[in-house]
Each structure stands twice: as C-alpha cells, then as structure tokens.
Design a protein around this ligand. Structure first.
Ligand code: HEM
Length: 214
C-alpha cells in the first residue's frame, strides 16, 4: 500500500487538508452572504458547526486507532491539525449560540448551562477542548512531560460528552446520534485493546503503581 513520506505529508497532504477542513466554513459564509441558509439561518449555522466539530473530533480519535496499522502511520501527522479544527468548529458553534441565541448575555448563557442539561454537557465538552488546544504545540508537550498525556486523554471524555449532548438534542430521532455513538464505542474498544496488548507485551515490573487511565 502507498504510504507518503513525511515531506509529502508536510508539503502536499497538509495544505490540501487545510483546504478541505475550511470548506464547511467557506460554504457557510457563502450561504450566509447569498441568503441561502434556509428558513432558520441560526439553526442551520448551529447545526453545521456542531456537526463538523463532532465529526472532526471523532476523526481525531480514529487516527489513534488507524496509526497502529503500519501503512496508515502517516495519518498521525494530521491528528493535531484535525483536533484543532474540531475545537475551532465547536468554538464557532458556541459563539453562534452566544451571539444569536443568547444576544451576547453571559447571564442567559449561565442560566442555560444550569437549566438545560444538553447545554451543560455541551459546555463541559467545550471547556475540556480549550486547554487541549492551547497545550497542543510540541513545545507545550515537551514542557508538560507526562502530564501532557494525562491531560490529553480527557479528549475521550470530551467525545463522550459531545455524543450525550447530541443524543439529548435529538431525543426521539436518535439515528444520527447512534451512528456517532457506535463509532465512538468502536474507537474506545480499539484503544482499550491496544492498551491491553501493550501491557501484555511489556509486563509491569513488581512495585510499579497501577495507572487506571484509558
Ligand atoms: C464538543 C462540543 C459540542 C459538539 C460536538 C456539539 C455538537 C452539536 C451538534 C452536532 C448539534 C446539532 C444537533 C441537531 O441539530 O440535530 C448541536 C446543536 C446545538 N448545540 Fe452543540 N455541540 C457542542 C457544544 C455546544 C456548546 C458549548 C453549546 C452552547 C453552550 C451548544 C449548543 C447547542 C445548541 C443550542 C444546539 C441547537 C439545539 C437545537 O436545535 O435545539 N453546543 N450541537
């Protein structure tokens, strides 16, 4: 199977990925400027940004599993980029809600966070994604050492909360939420299997404290 060299990833695949990842935003802007957002433009913008935030979050998590396949190892170079675009779309999703739904009122947002459980979990996912984005540069990774891994494992919690957020919104019409939820479950299973294979290969020396993370 063809596997690109890291120079090809850097010079060709990454620029192409930037274009693809910005395309949903570009479409949204074009549709907004041409009055093509449909009968409910705010709902359309909230839906589009939330949907892309979630898709890219799951794709970021998928890469952790895919890069275990030798010929797909190169996808690891795209993981940080995908994670950052996911956080970007989720932040836009929140800003659209904050500006258009809540008229820039922090008081209304806080009331919503306490009164509506789907907003509470969505907001919790956003709160997790922000420090992950801020600490994503390599320099931060070096500076934080092993704490970086511990912090970045919380991306799985953000994924879970995002799916609960979606299930809560879609209530009766669960179809899409179940597809995303199923994919998330597969990612978790693959992560746990990889972890158990690794620990079987490298038996823990006696006296080493057990760490119960994912
Ligand atoms: C990781 C974080 C988040 C993800 C992945 C996400 C994803 C989504 C998705 C996919 C939808 C569309 C559901 C549908 O129309 O069927 C949605 C709707 C919505 N989200 Fe989020 N969301 C996140 C965080 C937030 C936050 C932080 C807020 C606000 C505090 C928020 C507020 C809303 C609102 C108001 C809707 C529209 C609900 C409706 O149509 O009644 N979300 N979200």
């Amino acid at each position: 199977m063809w596997t690109p060299k890291s120079q090809t990833v850097k010079k060709r695949i990454k620029p192409l990925a930037h274009l693809l990842l910005l395309a949903p935003l570009a479409m949204l802007i074009v549709n907004a400027l041409t009055n093509a957002l449909g009968a409910n433009p705010i709902e359309n913008m909230t839906h589009t940004t939330g949907e892309w935030g979630l898709r890219l979050l799951l794709l970021t998590l998928c890469i952790g599993a895919l890069c275990k396949i030798r010929s797909l190892k190169w996808t690891m170079h795209l993981r940080r980029m995908l994670g950052l675009y996911s956080a970007f779309y989720v932040l836009l999703h929140f800003l659209i809600y904050f500006v258009f739904d809540q008229s820039l009122s922090l008081k209304y947002v806080l009331e919503d966070i306490t009164d509506r459980p789907y907003i509470t979990v969505g907001f919790a996912a956003l709160v997790i994604l922000i420090p992950l984005s801020l600490t994503s540069p390599l320099a931060m990774r070096r500076l934080m050492g092993k704490h970086w891994n511990t912090l970045h494992r919380s991306v799985y919690l953000a994924g879970l909360l995002a799916i609960i957020h979606l299930m809560w919104i879609q209530k009766a019409d669960f179809g899409e939420a179940w597809i995303y939820g199923g994919l998330f479950a597969l990612i978790l299973i693959s992560r746990l299997r990889n972890k158990s294979t690794r620990s079987k290969r490298r038996p823990t020396p006696p006296g080493t404290p057990h760490r119960a993370h994912i």
